[in-house]
Design a protein around this ligand. Structure first.
Ligand code: HEM
Length: 326
């Protein structure tokens, strides 16, 4: 007999702090890592910057209630998510690459691979595609049921941050000073907006003057690109080789050519300076420490319940603690 309101129980994937392991999808979706790499590669060929933009997702996801793809959720009438938070609005981009990866995975193995794991795999692949290191990733994360703009605003650092603040922030996530400097090396790829450096160019710390740590020639370049009345969405590479993952970022910091205040301060602050100097002359060391830092950051988890989303932008329909579908 057909009951129009009959609902079928699909999944009850309410779990917390999932156990992460290597080869997690080996049985349930053996091609998962291959599919992610393939779609990420196609996106990168289409637009090279997308590698940087996707890799940045890992940071913005994992720092806000753990790596749970909360930052991928669109706002709903009942929920202000993270997309419009201070650090993300007009800045995070390439969400469509994750959508494409998810679509391909849903075709191959429906309901198996979480969006949170997609971010971790795609970030790793993005770094490798642009010339950086490769590392194995632990998988088995669940996707959050909700997201919070407030939670993002409370945690994500501003480009004005200095190294002392960042050391403290990262330590709250079990990340060391070395991890902070190595992970900041992510700015070896990608771009930043004038918006993120206007204060540095014209009014550092309320002085009405530019940041004295900027190399004078570089300061003139930046002022030309970002005059006071500029459209603040104009962008520039975060280092001199923004399409290549290398240690140029650290060389730039040593010569006062860091784009963000948070970058340059890693060189001007004694606690972080030594790491910057080492990475600027030893790319292998940077690559090793960067990969270790990404793995540690990927381990961040919350105790909140989770699920495998069918669409990375929306939580599956929830009624109480159960996932139902008509
Ligand atoms: C240490 C503290 C950090 C601060 C304060 C910071 C801040 C920023 C800012 C302000 C931008 C430019 C945004 C804009 O102007 O629209 C940016 C870009 C970027 N960030 Fe960070 N970031 C930090 C750490 C990280 C980490 C740990 C990662 C990844 C592991 C990361 C990856 C990136 C990437 C790849 C871009 C370029 C994205 C693109 O081109 O679309 N950042 N970051």
């Amino acid at each position: 007999m057909f009951y129009p309101f009959l609902l079928f129980l699909l999944h009850i994937t309410m779990a917390s702090a999932a156990d992460l392991r290597y080869g997690y999808y080996a049985k349930a979706c053996p091609k998962a890592e291959f599919i992610v790499r393939d779609v990420m590669k196609k996106a990168w060929i289409r637009e090279q910057r997308s590698a940087a933009s996707v890799m940045r997702f890992q940071f913005h996801d994992c720092f806000v209630n753990g790596c749970d793809a909360s930052m991928l959720l669109d706002d709903t009438p009942n929920m202000l998510g993270e997309k419009l938070s201070l650090a993300n609005i007009n800045s995070l981009r390439s969400y469509e690459v994750v959508d494409e990866i998810k679509e391909a995975l849903e075709k191959a193995c429906p309901g198996v691979v979480s969006c949170a794991d997609i971010i971790i795999m795609a970030s790793r692949d993005a770094v490798y595609l642009t010339g950086g290191p490769y590392w194995e990733v632990k998988l088995g994360r669940l996707d959050s049921l909700t997201a919070s703009q407030k939670a993002s605003d409370a945690v994500m650092p501003s480009p004005r941050s200095n190294a002392t603040y960042l050391i403290d922030l990262f330590s709250r996530f079990n990340l060391s000073v070395k991890d902070l400097v190595a992970l900041s090396g992510s700015h070896s790829i990608g771009k930043g907006r004038c918006f993120s450096i206007m204060f540095r160019l014209y009014n550092q710390s309320g002085t009405g003057l530019p940041d004295p740590a900027i190399d004078p020639r570089f300061r003139e370049e930046l002022k030309k690109l970002c005059p006071p009345d500029v459209d603040q969405n104009v962008t520039k590479g975060l280092d001199a080789t923004p399409l290549k993952f290398d240690n140029q970022y650290f060389k730039d910091l040593v010569s006062g050519r860091g784009f963000l205040n948070s970058d340059q301060t890693l060189f001007t602050t004694p606690q972080t300076r030594e790491f910057v100097m080492q990475y600027s002359i030893n790319q292998e060391l940077f690559f090793d420490d960067f990969a270790k830092g990404m793995e540690k950051m990927g381990d961040l988890q919350s105790d909140n319940p989770g699920e495998i989303r069918r669409n990375c932008r929306v939580a599956n329909q929830h009624h109480g603690n159960t996932v139902w579908e008509s």
